[in-house]
Design a protein around this ligand. Structure first.
Ligand SMILES: *[C@@H]1O[C@H](CO)[C@@H](O)[C@H](O)[C@H]1NC(C)=O
Ligand SMILES: *[C@@H]1O[C@H](CO)[C@@H](O)[C@H](O)[C@H]1NC(C)=O
Ligand SMILES: *[C@@H]1O[C@H](CO)[C@@H](O)[C@H](O)[C@H]1NC(C)=O
Ligand SMILES: *[C@@H]1O[C@H](CO)[C@@H](O)[C@H](O)[C@H]1NC(C)=O
Ligand SMILES: *[C@@H]1O[C@H](CO)[C@@H](O)[C@H](O)[C@H]1NC(C)=O
Length: 672
């Protein structure tokens, strides 16, 4: 009842004021009653959304009451003005359609009109038909050649037809721009404002376009003299028409003001509803471009992470077989060694030996300093036995042995972990003279230590351990400068009492006993021979074989010649020792060295005897006599053996060694 009354009042007001200052202003459409059809709707925040993303549809939004445009059928149209803010948002950048038209029509709905290029204004019969009485201002975003459109972005004046009587590309003449034209893109998604002014006396229509928030330019885009009187009826309906084609496009009206015969009320731009976030367009972009990129990125991050992980895994991969499980405490994780040695950096390299490279390291968990020896091995064959030996050797504990802490296996590589010896190997103290040197007391202590360590290997355990490679560079000095035998773990073991197995000859020329070279068998006596060479090194500061000029000088021969010559054996002593020595001890060491270097294994003392000489438990006279009065029979048999040796090893070094040794041998056995 009340609403009916209200409607009646409105009608009355519209009817009365028509022609005399009737007008309305909508700063947004929230509480506004409009006549909508097609797919037009008012959004929750007050936007007039003419089209949504539906294809081939029309839509209309009309002010719901008729507006008087003239006083009589034959009268002339009053002046009127209207302005509105619109936005066209397309799914795709810069293409979409078809557009928006401000329209004045005899009926509200424009029934039977077509979408697409007809803009919801006409159909095939009404288009171009003077019976239509339709006047429109079109904002056209598609170029329809059938209607002689000038382009796909224009503003046109339509009289009963989509073929505009006047049209101009979208744009404006900015104030103060000296008549310069600025293009605008209708479909940019940005809001723009349109002003339509009809001067009833001048019979002129002006259409002005400007970007949102740019004040109305004083120069209109279109200014045409045009008499609307024959077209427009006495009462008309005003509103908007829009249509979509095959491109998904949203057409919005943000605000609208209309004034008949009076001063137009401008829109309060700040009050207009907001367009949906321009993100409407970027969102699908994010989906179509962003998401795949993000996916690709994540996948590549994942893959590279996986590759890194696999490479790390492979880097740290170690071989672990069932039988190794019982060596648990002796097995090291490769990863731990890798970290301890700082990825086996060159700065951590302690040295390169015959068996492999040795690195210093610090175990992360216990902070213990270690030395890691990397030995490459080709086959898995014999590995099980070898590791068993290594591990059992790891149980050997003696203060003159470098303790083997454990091992680690990788494909093609065996890593042995030892106690770290801060003072390095002995040879640098002997042969880098006079830079660093050991005095006699220190040397004698090292000698006794090594003898004691070697005796432990030979006799101190339930298995005989042959070192095979005794030499100064295999003897390390601990913090107190005690000599410690290293690398014994790499010598083969054999059970006490059984025949030593013939194996590949390991060892160093000059330290190798002649019978070892010949038979390939390592025995306790071959170790004693090497020990002898070591004793001579310690006392003379010379290497077992030295080159002087073109000649190879064999240390044994030279010491022997000193002894047999007039000056006495002490002449052979290391000059770097100076006067600070105990003559008896030096003499003892030199003589013991000669005896141990005896070419006949049976003439060499055992390690137990050697240690007893060194400790003074056996008198030095016995030693001298065993040197000067060798047991008969030994000499001869041996001489022949040496001849064989010379014939079978004719290389110059071996030859020199063999011949000279045989000289020494004859001297030893036959001489004084
Ligand atoms: C568009 O609007 C119409 C009418 O309101 C509705 O039926 C249709 O589902 C809408 N389409 C889309 C894509 O929003
Ligand atoms: C064409 O449009 C006019 C005006 O809207 C309408 O009256 C007429 O019925 C339409 N014709 C057809 C064939 O739809
Ligand atoms: C114009 O429209 C009228 C009625 O709407 C119709 O009878 C007439 O055929 C149309 N003329 C043309 C040329 O289509
Ligand atoms: C405006 O648009 C027209 C047609 O699209 C083009 O020829 C002209 O160069 C443009 N002018 C400016 C200033 O962008
Ligand atoms: C239309 O534009 C012309 C040229 O700028 C101007 O002289 C005229 O006053 C305008 N008419 C209206 C009704 O705005």
């Amino acid at each position: 009842m009340i609403s009916k009354l209200f409607l009646a009042l409105i009608f009355l007001r519209a009817g009365l004021s028509s022609g005399q200052g009737f007008g309305f202003t909508f700063d947004g459409f929230r509480p506004v009653d409009l006549h909508l059809d097609g797919i037009a709707q008012i959004t929750s925040n007050g936007l007039l959304r003419l089209t949504n993303e539906s294809m081939q549809r029309t839509s209309h939004a009309f002010y719901p009451r008729p507006v008087s445009f003239k006083n009589s059928m034959e009268g002339s149209v009053f002046s009127f003005s209207t302005t509105f803010v619109f936005a066209i948002i397309s799914n795709q950048p810069e293409v979409g359609g078809h557009g928006i038209a401000f329209v004045a029509a005899p009926q509200m709905g424009l029934p039977g009109t077509l979408p697409s290029q007809y803009l919801g204004l006409f159909n095939a019969t009404s288009n171009g038909n003077t019976t239509s009485h339709v006047f429109a201002i079109e904002l056209d975003t598609i170029e329809s050649t059938e209607f002689q459109d000038i382009n796909n972005n224009h503003v046109g004046i339509d009289i009963n037809s989509l073929a505009s009587t006047h049209a101009a590309p979208a744009g404006y003449y900015p104030d103060g721009g000296a008549g310069k034209f600025e293009n605008l893109t209708l479909i940019s998604g940005r809001p723009m404002q349109v002003w339509v002014d009809y001067d009833g006396t001048e019979k002129r229509i002006n259409v002005t376009l400007a970007p949102f928030s740019v004040a109305r330019p004083s120069t209109p885009l279109l200014s045409q003299s045009l008499d609307l009187s024959p077209i427009v009826k006495e009462t008309m309906f005003v509103g908007f028409s829009s249509s979509t084609g095959s491109l998904l496009t949203s057409h919005y009206i943000l605000g609208w003001s209309f004034q008949m015969n009076g001063q137009l009320e401008e829109l309060a731009l700040s009050k207009l509803p907001n367009l949906p976030r321009i993100g409407k367009k970027p969102t699908p972009k994010l989906l179509t471009v962003g998401v795949p990129i993000i996916c690709l990125f994540s996948v590549s991050v994942l893959i590279s992470g996986l590759v890194y992980y696999i490479r790390l895994k492979r880097k740290c991969a170690e071989v672990l077989e069932d039988w190794e499980l019982r060596y648990g405490p002796h097995r090291f994780k490769y990863k731990d060694l890798y970290i301890a040695t700082r990825e086996f950096r060159d700065e951590e390299l302690l040295g390169v030996g015959g068996f492999g490279r040795v690195y210093r390291g610090v175990l992360r968990t216990s902070n213990i300093e270690i030395a890691v020896k990397r030995i490459s091995h080709d086959s898995r064959q014999g590995m099980r036995e070898f590791v068993a030996e290594i591990v059992s050797i790891g149980r050997l504990r003696h203060r003159n042995l470098v303790t083997l802490l454990g091992y680690c296996r990788r494909k093609g590589e065996l890593l042995l972990v030892y106690d770290y010896m801060p003072n390095g190997s002995l040879d640098k103290y002997l042969f880098n003279q006079p830079k660093v040197t050991l005095n006699w007391t220190q040397r004698f202590r090292v000698i006794k230590g090594v003898a004691s360590g070697l005796l432990y290997l030979h006799e101190g355990w339930d298995q005989v351990v042959i070192h095979r490679d005794i030499k100064a560079s295999n003897i390390l000095l601990d913090a107190e400068l005690n000599g410690r035998l290293a690398d014994f773990g790499l010598a083969r073991l054999y059970d006490r009492g059984t025949d030593p197995q013939s194996t590949q000859v390991v060892g160093t020329l000059g330290y190798l006993a002649p019978e070892h070279t010949r038979t390939g068998k390592a025995t306790k006596a071959t170790d004693v021979f090497s020990f002898g060479a070591f004793l001579l090194e310690m006392a003379t500061g010379r290497r077992p074989i030295e080159q002087r000029g073109t000649e190879d000088v064999i240390l044994v021969d030279w010491v022997f010649s000193c002894w047999s010559g007039g000056g006495g054996i002490l002449e052979a002593r290391d000059p770097n020792l100076g006067g600070d020595l105990v003559a008896e001890e030096v003499e003892l060491v030199l003589k013991l060295g000669l005896v141990c270097s005896h070419s006949e294994p049976r003439a060499r003392p055992t390690m137990r005897q050697a240690l007893q000489y060194l400790e003074g438990d056996l008198p030095i006279q016995d030693l001298s006599s065993s040197l000067s009065i060798p047991s008969p029979g030994v000499r001869f048999a041996h001489q022949e053996a040496f001849d064989d040796f010379v014939m079978s090893y004719p290389s110059s070094m071996d030859q020199a060694f063999a011949v000279s040794s045989s000289v020494a041998d004859s001297l030893l056995s036959g001489g004084r």
